[in-house]
Design a protein around this ligand. Structure first.
Ligand code: ZN
Length: 654
């Protein structure tokens, strides 16, 4: 099992390398990732390559039994390259996103593409057959720093070609977008604009003020541009190496369609920072991110960068408490991680990330964090046969759609509506009940899951309708909510009665809605709803909860419809946390979906291999907690009495 660190030999004098490697061995780290930001040292001048230093450290690591994941260095171009060629992104105001940090390059820039091809080919040809290179990482965190979408002239030409492939005739595009609105009809594909700054921008904050079909296509195109860039590098590496190829993704990040980005990769990896300058993630946010990463290919994944200390750029996030680094490692494993590297080995005293602390501090002395990880590594090694190829046991799927993220971002309905937060709310409700839902895209929909949640699934295609009908007919339980089935694939409102293609499945008609920001009480102890209320008439569905206020008092708020051998729930409004958990329990009980009761702020996750089944218990609180579950500990071999230490972890045989 990979248990490693991210390492930057180019940051240190060669004389220090052997001490670093000695400490890595002492810590039990068996793998390093290297070189993903070392372009200026690998190609110091155009077409002048120097791999001698990387050869030396590769040999030193190999002599010490440490394997290597090699990154292509294309996320940070060297200065000479940007002197020679204008490869910079343009923002929607036409401003150059210039040199001085990273990820400043445009995926459609011909010079950047050419230089990327050359450095990737050189690196792959040099190291492709090296037995110590066990995997490749393409680039680094595509889309980071809001770099997915670019508004340069190269992107404009590439967009025209992308549109030509999609629509063939400009009349079809005009029809699909409804460009007759505000006289925006285009004469040819080259005529189509990129959705940049307009005279209406001040009215809509962050949302694009362009035709919604154009805006959605530009999001699709921008995502596809990076996927094409990734495929270009994969094809080159594949010529020289059979080792697995991955890219380090970013969990909940949604500017790039991670389902599509994952497709050409052998495995998904991602970078997990629980508490940094920008976020102090709840454990549920991290758990869901792990699940999304597992779901992207429906297979176990690696964490390429796992937090190893307090971190941030100009400010630190919180300092991980004793036990938390171990806990976060085990949390990743519990959700399907089977290879993990900590970022970074030794903290850099210079550069933008001088505040990003690694396994050892700036002075290179191993302290608390080092020894905690060392212990964690020993545990992982001992239990490896249980962890690799383990599968999760869950009856519940939560579906995320990147196109729906974009559609809801382009037009967000009301100020307090947030699709991604809504997904997280449904995830949390399930986590708190103990169903431990799998998360992923439409591809995962199948009758292996007893319950499938698809909150606010705005864009519904005929093909998806067929898949869902089949799933429910065969006995599945589908959960829909307000803002489902409202749009077509061009991001236009549908002209059928809502919820459109889902109407017969849901067995209700949405007659109107109340988007006023007011609190309306719900019947049966379901609290109040504040953001959105669909006002519905049942067409055969059973009514479970009703509104108790406003002009629609006593009309249905939550319904369930029988369809074939299955059921379709329709949740017409937003719910408070407690009400959502209560509802998820009712849905699970009716559908026979299993859950594991456990205290708040803890996780209880069942996993199995071909030979064993076990329960992982994680305590995310700072106090000892009675988990209400006893058994034999696979970590200590002793009897576990149910009391789990602060930030503690237990694994019990089932
Ligand atoms: Zn561009």
């Amino acid at each position: 099992m990979i248990f490693g660190v991210d390492y930057y030999p180019e940051h240190w004098d060669k004389s220090e390398w052997s001490e670093h490697v000695r400490l890595m061995k002492e810590g039990g780290f068996n793998t390093v990732r290297m070189a993903e930001f070392a372009w200026s040292r690998l190609e110091p001048k155009e077409n002048v390559f120097d791999f001698t230093w990387l050869d030396e450290i590769t040999d030193l690591l190999a002599e010490n039994g440490i394997k290597i994941i090699l990154g292509t260095p294309t996320a940070a171009p060297p200065k000479w390259l940007t002197n020679q060629y204008d490869i910079f992104l343009r923002d929607k105001y036409g401003r150059v996103r210039g040199y001085g940090s990273r990820r400043e390059c445009c995926a459609n820039n011909p010079h950047y593409l050419e230089r990327s091809r050359i450095i990737t080919e050189k690196l792959a040809a040099h190291y492709g057959k090296n037995p110590n290179i066990i995997a490749w990482q393409i680039d680094n965190e595509f889309g980071c720093h809001n770099s997915t979408r670019c508004y340069c002239s190269h992107c404009r030409s590439a967009f025209a070609e992308w549109l030509r492939q999609r629509y063939q005739k400009i009349s079809v595009l005009n029809q699909s977008y409804g460009t007759v609105f505000w006289s925006q009809e285009y004469e040819n594909f080259e005529d189509v604009i990129l959705p940049s700054y307009t005279s209406c921008d001040a009215d809509c904050g962050d949302s694009p003020t362009h035709n919604p079909g154009l805006a959605l296509d530009f999001y699709r195109f921008s995502s596809d541009s990076w996927i094409a860039y990734e495929k270009m590098q994969i094809a080159i590496i594949r010529k020289y190496s059979d080792s697995p190829i991955t890219h380090n993704m970013m969990g909940h990040f949604s500017d790039i369609d991670y389902e599509k980005l994952a497709e050409p990769l052998d495995l998904v990896s991602w970078d997990n920072y629980m508490d940094n300058q920008w976020n102090c993630n709840s454990f549920e946010t991290a758990a869901m991110a792990h699940e999304l990463m597992r779901g992207a290919k429906d297979q176990n994944f690696w964490v390429m960068e796992q937090q190893a200390g307090p971190c941030g750029w100009d400010q630190f996030g919180g300092t991980p408490r004793p036990g938390q680094l171990r806990l976060w490692t085990w949390q990743a494993i519990a959700h399907g991680c089977e290879g993990l590297l900590y970022f970074r080995f030794k903290s850099a005293p210079f550069g933008m990330e001088q505040y990003w602390l690694g396994v050892v501090d700036h002075d290179g002395i191993p302290r608390r964090r080092f020894y905690e990880l060392k212990q964690t590594g020993e545990e992982l090694k001992r239990l490896e046969s249980l962890l690799v190829n383990a599968k999760q046991v869950s009856d519940v799927l939560l579906v995320k759609s990147y196109e729906n993220v974009w559609s809801h971002k382009i037009k967000k309905h009301v100020p307090d509506f947030d699709y991604r937060n809504m997904l997280l709310d449904y995830y949390k409700a399930n986590q708190r009940l103990g169903t431990n839902p799998v998360c992923g895209g439409e591809k995962l929909i199948c009758n292996r899951y007893r319950v499938i949640y698809m909150p606010a699934y705005a864009i519904v295609s005929d093909r998806l309708k067929t898949t869902l009908s089949q799933y429910v007919k065969n006995g599945g339980t589908l959960v829909l909510t307000f803002r489902s089935g409202i749009k077509d694939e061009n991001n236009n409102m549908i002209t059928q009665t809502l919820p459109g293609l889902l109407r017969d499945l849901a067995g209700i008609t949405v007659c109107e809605f109340d988007s006023s920001p007011i609190a309306v009480r719900l019947s049966d102890g379901f609290g109040v709803t504040r953001i959105w209320r669909d006002i519905m008439e049942p067409d055969g569905a059973e009514v479970l909860v009703r509104y108790e206020g406003e002009y629609y008092a006593s009309s249905p708020a939550i319904t369930v419809n029988s369809y074939g051998s299955g059921h379709v729930w329709y949740i017409g409004c937003d719910l408070e946390d407690f009400a959502l958990k209560k509802l998820v329990q009712i849905i699970s009980d009716r559908a026979g979906a299993a859950y594991i009761p456990h205290p708040g702020d803890t996780e209880a996750i069942k996993r199995k291999t071909d030979h064993a089944e076990y329960l992982m218990l994680l305590n995310h609180t700072a106090s000892k907690t009675d988990m209400g579950i006893r058994g034999q500990s696979l970590i200590s071999g002793k009897n576990f009495d149910g009391m789990l230490d602060a930030y503690g972890v237990e694994i019990l045989r089932v």
